[in-house]
Design a protein around this ligand. Sequence first.
Ligand code: SAM
Length: 279
Amino acid sequence: MTEPTLYVVATPIGNLRDMVPRAVEVLQTVDVIAAEDTRHSARLLEHFQVTTRLLAYHDHSDEQQVEYLAGLLQSGQSLALISDAGTPLVSDPGYRLVNRVRQLGIRVVPIPGACALIAALSASGLPSDRFAFEGFLPAKSGQRCNRLQPLAAEERTLIFYEAPHRIAASLADMAAVFGAGREAVLARELTKTFETIAGGSLVELQQFVEADANQRKGEMVVIVRGKVRAAERTLDAEAERVMSILLRQLSVKQASELGAEITGLKKKALYQWALEQRQ
Ligand code: SAM
Protein backbone atom coordinates (compact mmCIF):
# COMPACT_ATOMS: atom_id res chain seq x y z
CA MET A 1 0.00 0.00 0.00
CA THR A 2 1.36 3.45 -0.86
CA GLU A 3 1.83 5.86 2.01
CA PRO A 4 -1.22 8.16 2.47
CA THR A 5 -0.32 11.55 1.04
CA LEU A 6 -1.78 15.01 0.72
CA TYR A 7 -0.87 16.33 -2.74
CA VAL A 8 -0.98 20.11 -3.13
CA VAL A 9 -1.75 20.44 -6.83
CA ALA A 10 -1.39 23.60 -8.93
CA THR A 11 -3.91 24.09 -11.74
CA PRO A 12 -3.83 26.56 -14.68
CA ILE A 13 -4.45 30.30 -14.21
CA GLY A 14 -6.37 30.62 -17.47
CA ASN A 15 -4.90 28.38 -20.12
CA LEU A 16 -5.83 24.72 -19.71
CA ARG A 17 -2.76 23.66 -21.68
CA ASP A 18 -0.69 24.78 -18.70
CA MET A 19 -1.95 21.80 -16.69
CA VAL A 20 1.06 19.58 -15.99
CA PRO A 21 0.76 15.83 -16.78
CA ARG A 22 1.73 14.88 -13.22
CA ALA A 23 -1.17 16.95 -11.85
CA VAL A 24 -3.63 15.07 -14.08
CA GLU A 25 -2.16 11.72 -12.99
CA VAL A 26 -2.41 12.60 -9.30
CA LEU A 27 -5.96 13.93 -9.60
CA GLN A 28 -7.01 10.75 -11.42
CA THR A 29 -5.49 8.42 -8.85
CA VAL A 30 -6.12 9.94 -5.40
CA ASP A 31 -9.18 8.87 -3.40
CA VAL A 32 -10.56 12.36 -2.81
CA ILE A 33 -10.00 15.87 -4.18
CA ALA A 34 -10.53 18.78 -1.77
CA ALA A 35 -11.45 21.85 -3.81
CA GLU A 36 -12.09 25.50 -2.98
CA ASP A 37 -15.22 25.55 -5.15
CA THR A 38 -16.46 22.14 -6.25
CA ARG A 39 -18.66 23.48 -9.05
CA HIS A 40 -15.80 25.53 -10.52
CA SER A 41 -13.35 22.61 -10.28
CA ALA A 42 -15.86 20.14 -11.76
CA ARG A 43 -15.36 21.82 -15.16
CA LEU A 44 -11.58 21.48 -15.00
CA LEU A 45 -11.78 17.88 -13.86
CA GLU A 46 -14.24 16.99 -16.59
CA HIS A 47 -11.85 18.39 -19.18
CA PHE A 48 -9.08 16.08 -17.93
CA GLN A 49 -11.38 13.08 -17.48
CA VAL A 50 -10.95 13.05 -13.73
CA THR A 51 -13.85 11.33 -11.98
CA THR A 52 -12.43 11.34 -8.43
CA ARG A 53 -14.79 12.26 -5.57
CA LEU A 54 -14.80 16.02 -4.86
CA LEU A 55 -15.20 17.65 -1.43
CA ALA A 56 -15.27 21.35 -0.54
CA TYR A 57 -12.51 22.92 1.51
CA HIS A 58 -12.01 26.58 2.48
CA ASP A 59 -9.70 28.05 5.08
CA HIS A 60 -12.84 29.23 6.87
CA SER A 61 -14.15 25.66 6.80
CA ASP A 62 -14.79 24.66 10.38
CA GLU A 63 -12.32 22.64 12.41
CA GLN A 64 -14.45 19.55 11.76
CA GLN A 65 -13.84 19.71 8.02
CA VAL A 66 -10.06 19.92 8.53
CA GLU A 67 -10.25 16.99 10.96
CA TYR A 68 -12.47 15.03 8.57
CA LEU A 69 -9.95 15.41 5.71
CA ALA A 70 -7.04 14.64 8.06
CA GLY A 71 -9.01 11.56 9.21
CA LEU A 72 -9.30 10.32 5.61
CA LEU A 73 -5.52 10.51 5.34
CA GLN A 74 -5.11 8.76 8.70
CA SER A 75 -7.37 5.97 7.47
CA GLY A 76 -4.97 5.37 4.58
CA GLN A 77 -6.59 7.41 1.79
CA SER A 78 -4.72 9.90 -0.40
CA LEU A 79 -6.00 13.40 -1.03
CA ALA A 80 -5.32 16.16 -3.53
CA LEU A 81 -5.91 19.80 -2.67
CA ILE A 82 -6.70 22.22 -5.50
CA SER A 83 -7.92 25.81 -5.62
CA ASP A 84 -9.93 27.61 -8.31
CA ALA A 85 -6.73 28.51 -10.18
CA GLY A 86 -2.98 28.42 -9.70
CA THR A 87 -1.12 27.19 -6.66
CA PRO A 88 -3.20 26.41 -3.55
CA LEU A 89 -2.30 28.43 -0.41
CA VAL A 90 -1.05 31.40 -2.51
CA SER A 91 -3.86 33.87 -1.69
CA ASP A 92 -6.01 30.73 -1.69
CA PRO A 93 -7.22 28.16 0.86
CA GLY A 94 -5.08 25.33 2.15
CA TYR A 95 -2.86 26.67 4.91
CA ARG A 96 -4.85 25.23 7.81
CA LEU A 97 -5.15 21.83 6.18
CA VAL A 98 -1.47 21.53 5.21
CA ASN A 99 -0.42 22.76 8.65
CA ARG A 100 -2.61 20.19 10.41
CA VAL A 101 -1.60 17.33 8.13
CA ARG A 102 2.10 18.02 8.65
CA GLN A 103 1.54 18.24 12.42
CA LEU A 104 0.13 14.72 12.21
CA GLY A 105 3.31 13.56 10.49
CA ILE A 106 1.50 12.73 7.24
CA ARG A 107 3.35 13.19 3.96
CA VAL A 108 2.59 16.37 1.96
CA VAL A 109 3.76 16.50 -1.66
CA PRO A 110 3.59 19.60 -3.89
CA ILE A 111 2.74 19.23 -7.57
CA PRO A 112 4.05 22.54 -8.91
CA GLY A 113 2.51 24.41 -11.80
CA ALA A 114 1.04 27.81 -12.58
CA CYS A 115 1.23 30.67 -10.10
CA ALA A 116 0.24 34.18 -11.19
CA LEU A 117 2.84 36.03 -9.13
CA ILE A 118 5.73 33.94 -10.47
CA ALA A 119 4.46 34.13 -14.07
CA ALA A 120 4.13 37.91 -13.76
CA LEU A 121 7.55 38.36 -12.14
CA SER A 122 9.25 36.16 -14.72
CA ALA A 123 8.09 38.40 -17.57
CA SER A 124 8.21 41.78 -15.79
CA GLY A 125 11.81 42.77 -16.41
CA LEU A 126 12.02 43.96 -12.79
CA PRO A 127 14.66 42.58 -10.41
CA SER A 128 13.71 39.01 -9.53
CA ASP A 129 16.60 38.03 -7.25
CA ARG A 130 14.81 39.24 -4.12
CA PHE A 131 11.09 39.94 -3.95
CA ALA A 132 8.26 40.22 -1.45
CA PHE A 133 4.76 38.97 -2.21
CA GLU A 134 2.14 41.11 -0.44
CA GLY A 135 -1.03 39.37 -1.65
CA PHE A 136 -4.17 41.53 -1.85
CA LEU A 137 -4.18 45.04 -0.38
CA PRO A 138 -7.13 46.24 1.76
CA ALA A 139 -10.16 47.44 -0.21
CA LYS A 140 -10.35 50.88 1.47
CA SER A 141 -7.88 53.58 0.50
CA GLY A 142 -6.96 54.61 4.08
CA GLN A 143 -6.17 51.05 5.14
CA ARG A 144 -4.42 50.41 1.84
CA CYS A 145 -2.10 53.40 2.35
CA ASN A 146 -1.36 52.19 5.90
CA ARG A 147 -0.27 48.84 4.49
CA LEU A 148 1.81 50.51 1.76
CA GLN A 149 3.58 53.01 4.03
CA PRO A 150 6.06 50.60 5.67
CA LEU A 151 6.82 49.14 2.22
CA ALA A 152 8.00 52.47 0.77
CA ALA A 153 11.60 51.86 1.90
CA GLU A 154 11.59 48.17 0.90
CA GLU A 155 14.41 47.46 -1.57
CA ARG A 156 13.05 44.11 -2.74
CA THR A 157 10.66 43.99 -5.70
CA LEU A 158 7.07 44.13 -4.41
CA ILE A 159 4.29 41.96 -5.82
CA PHE A 160 0.56 42.52 -5.26
CA TYR A 161 -2.61 40.82 -6.43
CA GLU A 162 -5.38 43.27 -7.26
CA ALA A 163 -9.04 43.19 -8.24
CA PRO A 164 -9.98 44.93 -11.52
CA HIS A 165 -12.45 47.38 -9.94
CA ARG A 166 -9.75 48.64 -7.57
CA ILE A 167 -6.74 48.79 -9.89
CA ALA A 168 -6.91 52.52 -10.69
CA ALA A 169 -7.36 53.52 -7.05
CA SER A 170 -4.60 51.16 -5.90
CA LEU A 171 -2.13 52.49 -8.47
CA ALA A 172 -3.01 56.03 -7.37
CA ASP A 173 -2.33 55.12 -3.72
CA MET A 174 0.93 53.41 -4.66
CA ALA A 175 1.99 56.51 -6.61
CA ALA A 176 1.17 58.69 -3.59
CA VAL A 177 3.05 56.49 -1.10
CA PHE A 178 5.99 55.17 -3.20
CA GLY A 179 6.37 58.21 -5.49
CA ALA A 180 4.74 58.77 -8.88
CA GLY A 181 7.93 57.87 -10.78
CA ARG A 182 8.52 54.47 -9.14
CA GLU A 183 8.77 51.85 -11.88
CA ALA A 184 6.05 49.19 -12.00
CA VAL A 185 4.53 46.53 -14.22
CA LEU A 186 0.88 45.57 -14.59
CA ALA A 187 0.47 41.94 -15.70
CA ARG A 188 -3.11 41.27 -16.74
CA GLU A 189 -4.95 38.16 -17.94
CA LEU A 190 -1.77 36.07 -18.01
CA THR A 191 -1.94 32.99 -20.26
CA LYS A 192 -5.32 34.16 -21.65
CA THR A 193 -6.43 35.82 -24.90
CA PHE A 194 -6.07 39.40 -23.67
CA GLU A 195 -2.78 38.96 -21.85
CA THR A 196 -1.15 42.38 -21.37
CA ILE A 197 2.12 43.17 -19.64
CA ALA A 198 2.53 46.94 -19.37
CA GLY A 199 5.43 48.73 -17.76
CA GLY A 200 6.05 52.35 -16.79
CA SER A 201 6.05 54.62 -13.78
CA LEU A 202 3.19 54.19 -11.30
CA VAL A 203 1.54 57.37 -12.52
CA GLU A 204 1.90 56.27 -16.16
CA LEU A 205 0.26 52.95 -15.34
CA GLN A 206 -2.51 54.72 -13.46
CA GLN A 207 -3.18 56.90 -16.51
CA PHE A 208 -3.01 53.83 -18.76
CA VAL A 209 -5.76 51.99 -16.85
CA GLU A 210 -7.84 55.14 -16.44
CA ALA A 211 -7.74 55.85 -20.19
CA ASP A 212 -8.86 52.37 -21.27
CA ALA A 213 -11.67 50.48 -19.53
CA ASN A 214 -10.36 47.20 -21.02
CA GLN A 215 -7.25 47.55 -18.89
CA ARG A 216 -9.48 47.51 -15.80
CA LYS A 217 -10.89 44.10 -16.65
CA GLY A 218 -9.84 40.57 -15.77
CA GLU A 219 -7.24 39.30 -13.35
CA MET A 220 -4.10 41.26 -12.56
CA VAL A 221 -0.80 41.37 -10.75
CA VAL A 222 1.04 44.60 -9.93
CA ILE A 223 4.81 44.47 -9.56
CA VAL A 224 6.66 47.48 -8.17
CA ARG A 225 10.41 47.98 -8.25
CA GLY A 226 11.87 48.23 -4.76
CA LYS A 227 13.38 51.47 -3.54
CA VAL A 228 16.56 52.22 -5.43
CA ARG A 229 19.58 52.32 -3.12
CA ALA A 230 21.49 55.59 -2.84
CA ALA A 231 24.75 53.89 -3.90
CA GLU A 232 23.21 53.04 -7.27
CA ARG A 233 22.51 56.65 -8.21
CA THR A 234 25.81 58.42 -8.41
CA LEU A 235 26.05 60.52 -11.55
CA ASP A 236 28.52 63.29 -12.28
CA ALA A 237 27.27 66.88 -12.10
CA GLU A 238 26.96 67.30 -15.88
CA ALA A 239 24.92 64.10 -16.28
CA GLU A 240 22.66 65.20 -13.42
CA ARG A 241 22.15 68.56 -15.13
CA VAL A 242 21.25 66.94 -18.48
CA MET A 243 18.91 64.46 -16.84
CA SER A 244 17.18 67.12 -14.74
CA ILE A 245 16.37 69.09 -17.89
CA LEU A 246 15.12 66.02 -19.76
CA LEU A 247 12.97 64.94 -16.83
CA ARG A 248 11.09 68.24 -16.89
CA GLN A 249 9.49 67.18 -20.19
CA LEU A 250 9.93 63.45 -20.55
CA SER A 251 9.08 60.20 -18.81
CA VAL A 252 11.78 58.40 -16.83
CA LYS A 253 12.22 55.90 -19.67
CA GLN A 254 12.44 58.51 -22.43
CA ALA A 255 14.76 60.75 -20.38
CA SER A 256 17.17 57.92 -19.65
CA GLU A 257 17.24 56.79 -23.29
CA LEU A 258 17.95 60.29 -24.56
CA GLY A 259 20.27 60.98 -21.59
CA ALA A 260 22.34 57.91 -22.48
CA GLU A 261 22.73 59.20 -26.05
CA ILE A 262 23.75 62.67 -24.87
CA THR A 263 26.12 61.71 -22.04
CA GLY A 264 27.39 58.34 -23.26
CA LEU A 265 26.57 56.90 -19.82
CA LYS A 266 24.71 53.62 -19.25
CA LYS A 267 20.93 53.90 -19.69
CA LYS A 268 20.37 51.75 -16.59
CA ALA A 269 22.36 54.09 -14.31
CA LEU A 270 20.49 57.11 -15.68
CA TYR A 271 17.18 55.33 -15.33
CA GLN A 272 17.80 54.50 -11.68
CA TRP A 273 18.91 58.03 -10.92
CA ALA A 274 15.80 59.40 -12.66
CA LEU A 275 13.53 57.05 -10.72
CA GLU A 276 15.00 58.24 -7.46
CA GLN A 277 14.28 61.86 -8.41
CA ARG A 278 10.61 61.05 -8.95
CA GLN A 279 10.22 59.19 -5.63
N1 SAM B 1 -3.48 30.78 -6.17
C1 SAM B 1 -3.43 31.70 -7.28
C2 SAM B 1 -1.99 31.74 -7.83
O1 SAM B 1 -1.26 30.76 -7.68
O2 SAM B 1 -1.62 32.73 -8.44
C3 SAM B 1 -3.95 33.06 -6.89
C4 SAM B 1 -5.36 33.05 -6.43
S1 SAM B 1 -5.97 34.63 -5.99
C5 SAM B 1 -7.52 34.25 -5.27
C6 SAM B 1 -6.51 35.30 -7.51
C7 SAM B 1 -5.65 36.49 -7.96
O3 SAM B 1 -4.46 36.03 -8.59
C8 SAM B 1 -6.31 37.37 -8.99
O4 SAM B 1 -7.16 38.33 -8.39
C9 SAM B 1 -5.11 38.03 -9.64
O5 SAM B 1 -4.60 39.06 -8.83
C10 SAM B 1 -4.12 36.87 -9.66
N2 SAM B 1 -4.28 36.10 -10.90
C11 SAM B 1 -4.83 34.87 -11.03
N3 SAM B 1 -4.82 34.49 -12.33
C12 SAM B 1 -4.26 35.50 -13.02
C13 SAM B 1 -3.98 35.72 -14.40
N4 SAM B 1 -4.29 34.82 -15.33
N5 SAM B 1 -3.37 36.88 -14.76
C14 SAM B 1 -3.05 37.80 -13.83
N6 SAM B 1 -3.31 37.65 -12.53
C15 SAM B 1 -3.90 36.52 -12.11
